[in-house]
Design a protein around this ligand. Structure first.
Ligand SMILES: Nc1nc2c(c(=O)[nH]1)N[C@H]1C(S)=C(S)[C@@H](COP(=O)(O)O)O[C@H]1N2
Ligand SMILES: [Mo]
Length: 341
């Protein structure tokens, strides 16, 4: 063989080696890619098939709970939120009008309060707070209603949302109490709706505004990704709780939760008691120095600066002290209960 042939043979062998190596790499990368795809798909399937906890697949809910635990440990919802100078405050936009679409007749507003210690001792005591009738008018306001649907709830919305058994119970309830249909908005009726015959107090606005008045300028944050600095006026929730104290637990401690609802239970939120005792958690009657308007939650709304906007219920009709974890409108639709900032 000539030297040239030798070189060619060598070249051929080298080429073949490169090709073999390349095939092997290609096979291997295909295998790796396939494994990655399979793993990804597997994780997706695992999440997708896992049992739901409050509408979220368990791994996501667990992650929410882990995050909540972490926030509690690191940021602590007992710490004070920053406050701002009055001149930085703006008029808060309207956002979210669940339970507010019909104008409430102001004179028909009462605050139902349940779980109060020695409730019978108060002049505002009533054997059944659920019998209270809120009245509505068709009065139109010029106020901007925000981005939500502006249609008034139709009578059959509740039937579309609720399971049949609930609809039947609701019919009986309405016949017996002449009450408005309840839970007409997207999330349906609350699990924490009071049973008929729940005793408690029916307070007027005077019973609330006689408590010490506080002003607060804080940042209001909506989970949709906007925030505004707002001037709030109202009374501290902790003062309210001191004035109308809850029935204590056998060990002498306060009940663990506070549940709040709009009249007729269309929007509702659940709180840990200690968040309600936070000195910046206010029962608000005025924003920007003027009484609340209909779509901002007249006559009473909640401001809790350590929580997202969706926990800050407008047009409060019920404050209930309780030990079972209360239902919560947006948690039902998949959002986090803790909603910490
Ligand atoms: N009754 C009621 N309260 C509510 C809501 C709602 O739809 N209905 N939306 C919540 C959400 S998501 C936000 S961001 C704030 C908005 O308050 P604003 O309209 O005064 O800006 O109200 C909260 N409280
Ligand atoms: Mo929000």
């Amino acid at each position: 063989m000539s030297e040239l042939d030798d070189q060619r043979a060598e070249q051929k062998a080298a080429d073949e080696a490169v090709r073999r190596k390349s095939r092997k790499h290609t096979r291997r990368s295909f295998a790796v890619a396939a494994a990655a795809v399979a793993a990804g798909w597997g994780i997706h399937e695992w999440i997708d098939r896992s049992p739901r906890l409050s509408m979220q697949p368990e791994p996501f809910r667990k992650a929410f709970q882990f995050n909540a635990g972490l926030s509690r440990a690191v940021f602590d919802d007992r710490a004070l939120a920053p406050t701002y100078s009055l001149k930085r405050a703006v008029d808060l936009r309207v956002n979210g009008v669940y339970g507010l679409k019909q104008a409430l007749v102001p004179a028909s507003w009462r605050l139902q309060v349940t779980g109060v210690a020695n409730a019978r001792g108060y002049p505002q005591y009533t054997p059944d707070v659920t019998a209270w009738e809120y009245r509505y008018s068709d009065e139109k306001t010029k106020e901007d209603q925000g981005h939500d649907t502006k249609v008034a709830p139709s009578a059959d919305t509740a039937e579309k949302m609720a399971p049949k058994s609930m609809v039947a119970i609701e019919k009986i309830r309405q016949e017996r109490t002449r009450r408005m249909p309840r839970g007409l908005e997207e999330a349906g009726e609350s699990r924490s709706t009071l049973p008929i015959g729940t005793p408690g107090l029916l307070l007027t606005l005077d019973d609330i505004v006689k408590l010490p008045k506080h002003d607060l300028v804080t940042q209001f944050k909506c989970i949709e990704g906007w925030s505004q600095i707002v001037h709030w006026t109202g009374v501290r929730m902790s003062d309210f709780i001191a004035a109308y104290p809850p029935q204590k637990r056998p060990d002498g401690s306060l009940p663990r939760y506070v549940y709040l609802e709009t009249p007729n239970g269309d929007y509702y939120v659940g709180y840990d008691m200690h968040v309600c005792m936070h000195p910046q958690t206010l029962l608000v009657t005025e924003m920007s120095g003027s009484p609340l308007t209909q779509y901002h939650g007249a006559p009473l709304r909640l401001h809790a600066p350590t929580k997202y906007g969706y926990k800050q219920i407008k047009r409060i009709g019920l404050i209930a002290y309780m030990d079972e974890k209360p239902d919560d409108y947006w948690t039902k639709l998949g959002y986090d209960w803790y909603a910490g900032l």
